[in-house]
Design a protein around this ligand. Structure first.
Ligand SMILES: [Zn+2]
Length: 425
């Protein structure tokens, strides 16, 4: 493709000055982009397919390090003696004011008893300008009659091409540590890490978003990563609080919980610019506390907004299940107790993140809450007609280690439930 505008023409011109990859970079890439194999014979002799070294190994490990060349090998047992692999590595180079992200494809043929043979070619370059805009140079791909998107034709020239979403799939995460960055990126705090993002994406974000730059420079890398991975969550919504954290040298270590906590504070009408709230010593405890308050507040709303209706729900529940109230069983550790109101049922559902909240209308069900030292462990549903446990679930519908014990405890006490059924409602 011919350059279409000044921006593209400038980059094509600059690309003539791009230095070839260094042998150090290539050496690193060949070692790290390929999954090298250690072939293990029936006599437990391992052959390194990279350097050919052989040694005896009695371990059953899936991976071993070659004692001669130090390569990490995946151990293969069996007759297969030829292994082919291919992979990518990325080299980060500055060229004038442009940051270049270079993808190199490596093809490798590994044969037991022969040194590894490598073939490699630089197949793609993303050129990123100081304003974050970019263009892409690639070789051509074989696209006819194949399902693979990356059959690069090594002999075709590396030229400016029209953008294609497929280019974004090429990044492998194997980034060569021998890199150089532009003045602009260094100024914005780029060191060497990409925090799990693709280099193009990371550079673009850093060059176009001052807030991300601030997060990087203030070491709020958990937040940085969180907002880059969740573009729908707006860093703007938390910015006031983040500034307070930075001013007080408070680092957020769990971004999901912290953001959730700030949301809860806002809902509760707390001052999210007050360090007392936004920089908690024990985040997980304060988070849980705030979330409980949110639940209570919502519950209050639900009950106050519709008092007669809610009271009639409670009344119906009392009529149908009241005869079981007061029932509780314990084995000394676990305590299982009948839930005695619709309100408690809703609280149970909210706390356990499952839908037991609506079970108060089920005629055949009796719902019990299993706790240890007052902490909710699982919620139990007993079928009154079958007199057995039909459901027993922990937080988010998962089972806990106490699962079987809880079921047994309830079923061992089924007679007590049966006795109550005989009572007239
Ligand atoms: Zn070796």
């Amino acid at each position: 493709m011919k350059p279409k505008n000044k921006f593209q023409r400038n980059i094509v011109e600059a690309s003539k000055n791009l230095q070839p990859l260094t042998s150090k970079q290539i050496q690193w890439g060949l070692e790290h982009s390929i999954n090298h194999v250690g072939h293990k014979s029936a006599k437990k002799i391992v052959t390194c397919t990279k350097c050919g070294h052989q040694w005896k190994s009695d371990t059953k490990r899936k991976h071993e390090k070659c004692p001669h060349c130090g390569t990490r090998l995946t151990i293969h047992e069996g007759r297969k003696r030829i292994f082919n692999d291919c992979g990518y590595f990325t080299v980060i180079t500055a060229c004038k004011d442009y940051q270049v992200v270079r993808s190199v494809m490596v093809k490798c043929s590994l044969r037991v008893g022969k040194p590894a043979e490598y073939e490699w070619a630089e197949v793609m370059q993303r050129w990123i300008a100081p304003n974050g805009e970019h263009v892409t140079f690639t070789r051509l791909r074989q696209t006819m009659g194949t399902l693979y998107y990356d059959l690069w034709l090594f002999y075709t020239p590396l030229e400016l091409r029209k953008e294609n979403h497929i280019f974004n799939l090429v990044h492998s995460g194997t980034v060569c540590p021998f890199m150089s960055a532009t003045h602009e990126l260094r100024k914005r705090g780029f060191k060497k890490s990409f925090y799990g993002q693709s280099p193009l994406n990371f550079f673009h974000t850093l060059l176009t978003d001052n807030r991300m730059e601030t997060l990087l420079k203030t070491g709020q890398t958990k937040l940085l990563r969180h907002f880059m991975e969740h573009p729908k969550e707006n860093v703007e919504d938390y910015w006031q609080s983040i500034r307070i954290c930075n001013r007080n040298g408070y680092k957020v270590h769990d971004a999901v919980t912290w953001c959730d906590y700030i949301d809860a504070l806002k809902y509760l009408g707390k001052d999210v610019r007050n360090m007392k709230y936004v920089c908690p010593q024990n985040l997980s405890r304060e988070h849980d506390k705030a979330c409980r308050k949110v639940v209570e507040r919502e519950l209050e709303k639900e009950m106050n907004g519709n008092t007669p209706k809610f009271l009639s729900k409670e009344h119906c529940y009392l009529l149908s299940k009241g005869r079981f109230f007061g029932l509780s069983f314990s084995d000394g550790v676990i305590c299982v107790k009948v839930i005695e109101s619709v309100k408690d049922m809703i609280l149970e559902g909210r706390a356990m993140h499952h839908c037991v909240g609506r079970y108060h209308t089920k005629k055949d069900s009796l719902i019990l809450s299993a706790t240890i030292n007052g902490k909710r462990i699982e919620t139990v549903e007993v079928s009154l007609s079958q007199m057995k446990v039909v459901q027993c679930r922990g937080v988010c519908n998962s089972n806990t280690e106490y699962h079987d014990r809880i079921i047994k405890l309830v079923e061992d006490n089924a007679e007590q439930i049966r006795q109550r059924m005989k009572q007239v409602a």
